[in-house]
Design a protein around this ligand. Structure first.
Ligand code: ASP
Length: 212
């Protein structure tokens, strides 16, 4: 999602698309629609000359072993999501989220990541947000948009707005998010045990973290 004009694009339920965020960008830039799912999304990618990949491409042998060994605990504790938020020197904010979804999700289930307002949101007037966690809760509570709305309509700081959603609206363990506001303030709150995260700024901050 591009915060300058609120343009956005998403793909959901795709199994053969190597770089879903780039394909989501095609939806944003080359169509008048915002969300394509399943076969239609894959056909659209092909119509733009993108080659599909075999499902095996996504299998990482070590991860598969891990999954088979720890099925039960993984079900409770883990997802696999990559999100990004950015502010450029012109004041443009952008957000993007890519996910394999929750472990053991039933076929056809779509989480919050491709849903603008739930798992992803950007608006130059306020902030850019990318979420991770139990998608259903982020959808029910319109998490990403609400952070922007608290800033826009209630003058909250980014920190206060993000903490409100993660620690007061959502339940402990539901997930976390990364967000940056129009002034370059950033936050990465989470209520899970850990969240892999990192930040790079133009004045030399280069940091990665896992635990609190
Ligand atoms: N939020 C994603 C979903 O519900 C998964 C995750 O972030 O772990 O599909």
């Amino acid at each position: 999602m591009f915060g300058k004009d609120l343009s956005n694009g998403a793909v959901a339920n795709v199994k053969h698309i190597k770089n879903p965020i780039s394909r989501a960008r095609l939806v944003m830039e080359k169509t008048k629609h915002v969300l394509f799912a399943g076969d239609g999304a894959e056909k659209l990618a092909q119509s733009f000359g993108i080659n599909l990949v075999d499902e095996n491409y996504f299998i990482v042998p070590d991860e598969l072993k891990n999954w088979l060994n720890k099925k039960e605990s993984l079900e409770k504790n883990k997802g696999g999501t990559v999100g990004c938020v950015a502010l450029d020197k012109y004041g443009n904010l952008a957000a993007a989220t890519s996910t394999g979804g929750r472990f053991f999700k039933p076929p056809g289930r779509v989480g919050d990541s491709p849903l603008v307002n739930a798992g992803t949101y950007a608006n130059n007037k306020t902030c850019a947000v990318s979420c991770t966690g139990t998608g259903e809760e982020f959808i029910r509570n319109t998490v990403a948009y609400k952070i922007s709305a608290l800033i826009e309509f209630k003058n909250y700081s980014l920190q206060r707005a993000a903490d409100q959603l993660i620690f007061k609206v959502l339940k402990p363990g539901d997930g976390g998010l990364i967000a940056i506001d129009k002034n370059g303030n950033y936050v990465m709150p989470f209520s899970t045990k850990a969240m892999l995260r990192g930040v790079v700024t133009s004045n030399g901050v280069f940091e990665t973290k896992i635990w609190k």
